[in-house]
Design a protein around this ligand. Structure first.
Ligand SMILES: [Zn+2]
Ligand SMILES: [Zn+2]
Length: 261
């Protein structure tokens, strides 16, 4: 499989995942043109995308969904509450491209996509596991808390995109209004660097993983701080980088490194 975050952060998210037979996007939260460009940059043709899976209706995950679906005739997958909540943002989608996920499981060619509940302030937010043969990738961003259920799902993954949204001190002393700070810090907000580190410790076991930190806040975080905070938590718990797992950073404005596994 191939896993490549095209864009990751508070300013827009889209992740490319492929198996031998299937190619999908998780979210398309930037203008369609930006996502087209990123796909071309990593050597992919947008016409070959088999589906766009939407995690939740926030515009940093849905902005380009409608444009891409209409232009390239791409099916869009989301649960019913998310469909209802994002209908304005995505605009008119052709009937045959409206795919409502009703029992969390979708099969596309040789890939299974399984959605799971996450805690976030959206209608019915989801994370996704993508499985082909015996390989598994997971997308877990926009999490107010790292629940035991999510931990179980991530424990046997090979590749994980995990949220490292903010530094708690930067958020607390930063420019955001009080209510927004409270929302981000709540259990339906976003995962801090520190909590991300603890989550990584929680999923460390004898299965080696590639963990990509993503969905960083532009205002309340920066890549070096996110990375170092997570590394510090790992060191405190005796988790060994490159022996137990390898750690990567997803880029905000351009495709990150292609991970093959
Ligand atoms: Zn969100
Ligand atoms: Zn988001």
């Amino acid at each position: 499989m191939i896993f490549c975050p095209l864009y990751s952060g508070s300013s827009g998210n889209s992740i490319f995942v492929s198996s031998d037979g299937a190619k999908v996007l998780i979210d398309a939260g930037l203008p369609g043109k930006s996502i087209e460009k990123a796909l071309v940059d990593i050597g992919q043709n947008p016409t070959n995308i088999d589906g766009i899976f939407v995690t939740h209706e926030h515009t940093d995950h849905t902005k380009g969904v409608g444009v891409l679906s209409r232009k390239y005739d791409i099916p869009v997958y989301a649960n019913l509450s998310t469909w209802n909540a994002m209908s304005k943002t995505v605009g008119k989608i052709k009937e045959h491209n409206i795919k409502i996920i009703d029992n969390s499981y979708v099969n596309i060619k040789d890939m299974d996509v399984i959605s799971y509940k996450i805690s976030h302030d959206a209608a019915d937010p989801s994370g996704y596991s993508l499985i082909s043969k015996n390989k598994k990738a997971c997308v877990a961003t926009d999490l107010g808390e790292f629940s035991n259920e999510v931990q179980k799902i991530l424990e046997d993954a090979d590749v994980i995109l995990l949220e490292s949204n903010h530094d708690v001190q930067m958020l607390k002393f930063g420019p955001y209004p009080y209510n927004l700070k409270r929302r981000i810090l709540s259990n339906i907000g976003h995962l801090s660097n520190e909590d991300c580190g603890k989550a990584v410790v929680g999923i460390t076991n004898n299965k080696f993983k590639k963990v990509i930190l993503g969905h960083l806040s532009k205002t309340n975080n920066y890549p070096e701080l996110a990375y170092q905070t997570v590394v510090n938590v790992l060191n405190d718990s005796n988790v060994k980088l490159d022996k137990d797992l390898s750690l990567y950073m997803a880029k905000r404005d351009m495709p990150s490194n292609y991970i093959e596994f």
